[in-house]
Ligand binder design. Structure first.
Ligand SMILES: Cc1cc2nc3c(=O)[nH]c(=O)nc-3n(C[C@H](O)[C@H](O)[C@H](O)COP(=O)(O)OP(=O)(O)OC[C@H]3O[C@@H](n4cnc5c(N)ncnc54)[C@H](O)[C@@H]3O)c2cc1C
Length: 409
């Protein structure tokens, strides 16, 4: 059996290694679209902050890891799929045959609808190469304008602040931080905390252009001159060549409960895939590493002919914004008719908001809490009925650890 995996991120690497475990003699090719060994984007902030060397971002540290497993690793880019004859064409001219193909090509930074993105000193922070360029210019005291205030933008903010850079965050016209990850109360606490810790956060602003300097020009005419501009305002799936091959693509590549796409023999996993959501039972793109890793594992088992159903990904994010820890799990927006147990101490940056559907916990927004966050995830994932513990949590939402122990005993 010939397995070809496109993408050297967590989805692709997990898939290749899982396949090798279950199919010791299969022919496995892993194609990473960037130079160097497969690396973990999630580790980029640690590299940027100066906490690890570049090699620290690599998934595996032995130079011959993939060769030892009999996994052929190629640095090349897929340009086209010919699904009818089971072949892919690479930019380097190679043409490869496959029996099973996994698309784990992730996503790329979304383009800002403003001119000047190619101005010197303007970077995305998505690849290791982006991080190298930024790190080379990230001197203490240098001024950075960070465009975007979502999950990844906040992670980058933390890393650059750690290097002693002076930050201005352009949070966009919504006026909110981490808008797709947490509710407004949590976003406002994070924003106030960042301002108190020396970051200038501009809300209700649209970037009109980036000019030489680099200078970020806002729609109201304000000009923000910087040493460095980092754009982190969303991502788009790398799904174009799949769509061109007839694979169904909506928000991402649509996959069924076994990570199969609409085309026989082709699977998809990770940020590029629109798969089952644990909470809503609908399909969505969860651009987080735990989903990518689990997608990769389950897709590989199905590529190997095992029939393994995917149980759905749980949305979860844990964020450190200049020392303030926040997190969200599951349906943090709540559901119609559901109740919420809320505790807010804004002065001390403590917030806990548990969302229920009947007597089941379905979602969480939390700020200022670091301990036992896994228990919240456990309560949601186990779909346990809380019974009398629901009322206790309504009275004190911080008793969730006790609730987990009691209801799962
Ligand atoms: C700075 C930063 C911090 C992050 N922090 C967190 C975090 O704290 N927690 C979290 O859960 N998530 C985090 N993420 C998101 C997380 O990294 C992604 O969800 C995860 O990497 C997705 O894995 P993937 O394997 O689907 O795709 P990716 O990791 O994006 O890998 C895609 C692979 O496909 C390759 N590729 C693309 N196109 C082609 C092509 N045409 N041909 C061949 N190869 C191709 C790419 O080169 C790459 O190797 C962070 C992301 C960034 C950028």
């Amino acid at each position: 059996m010939k397995h070809v995996i496109v993408g050297g991120g967590p989805a692709g690497v997990t898939a290749a290694e899982t396949l090798r475990k279950v199919e010791p003699t299969a022919d496995i090719t892993l194609i990473g679209g960037e130079a160097g060994p497969p690396y973990c984007r999630m580790a980029i902030p640690y590299y940027l902050a100066g906490n690890i060397a570049e090699q620290g971002t690599y998934f595996r540290h032995e130079g011959d890891h993939y060769a030892r497993l009999g996994i052929r690793y190629l640095n090349d880019r897929v340009e086209a799929i010919s699904a009818t004859d089971g072949r892919i064409r690479l930019a380097g001219g190679v043409d490869l045959a496959y029996d099973r193909l996994l698309l784990a090509t992730g996503s790329r930074p979304a383009m800002l609808p403003a001119p000047g993105l190619d101005t010197p000193g303007v970077y995305s922070c998505w690849t290791l190469d982006d991080a190298r360029q930024i790190a080379a210019r990230a001197t203490a005291g240098a001024e950075v304008v960070l465009i975007g205030a979502g999950f990844v933008a906040c992670i980058i903010m933390q890393a650059l602040a750690h290097r002693g850079m002076k930050l201005t965050v352009v949070a966009g016209s919504s006026g909110r931080m981490v808008r797709s990850m947490m509710d407004e109360t949590a976003g406002d606490l994070i924003m106030r905390w960042c301002r108190e810790h020396g970051v200038s956060v501009l809300t209700g602003q649209r970037v009109a252009a980036i000019e030489d300097g680099p200078t970020v020009v806002l729609a109201d005419g304000q000009a923000l001159k910087a040493n460095l501009v980092v754009v982190a305002s969303g991502v788009r799936p790398n799904s174009e060549f799949a769509a061109a091959a007839g694979v169904t693509v909506e928000e991402g590549i649509v996959v069924d409960g076994y990570l199969k796409t609409s085309v026989e023999g082709i699977f998809a996993a990770g940020d590029v895939a629109q798969g089952l959501d644990f909470s809503t039972r609908t399909r969505s793109v969860h651009a987080i590493q735990p989903t990518a890793t689990e997608h990769g594992r389950v897709a590989a088992l199905n590529m190997a002919g095992r029939s393994v159903a995917y149980r759905g990904s749980l949305g979860m994010n844990v964020l450190d914004s200049l020392g303030l820890i926040s997190s969200s799990f599951g349906q943090w927006q709540g559901v119609a008719g559901g109740e919420a147990a809320i505790h807010l101490d804004a002065a001390r940056y403590r917030y806990m908001d548990l969302k229920f559907d009947g007597d089941r916990l379905i979602g969480v927004n939390s700020v200022g809490r670091t301990e036992n966050l896994g228990a919240l995830r456990g309560l949601i994932q186990k779909r346990v009925r809380l019974g009398a513990w629901k009322d206790r949590l309504m009275a004190n939402p911080y008793r969730f650890m006790e609730a987990l122990v009691a209801v799962t005993a």
